[in-house]
Design a protein around this ligand. Sequence first.
Ligand SMILES: [Zn+2]
Length: 75
Amino acid sequence: MDCQYLEDLHELFLLGALAEQDEIKLREHVATGCPRCAERLGEAALTLFAILQSPRPLRNDPGARARLLRRLRAK
Ligand SMILES: [Zn+2]
């Protein structure tokens, strides 16, 4: 399934920060049962969970911050 273009949207989707158009696209695609996106959503959820769980996550893990920012900017 060709969903390369959705690759950087999962975190934003979970944050509710996607443009409506992109959210609908991703939602409809995930509803088709794409295993790759299911896995990516799982990873994105864990990333966000880890960030939200720690009081100072970005300072403690600059690598994670860089990865997240890169992902968020790579649209
Ligand atoms: Zn997919």
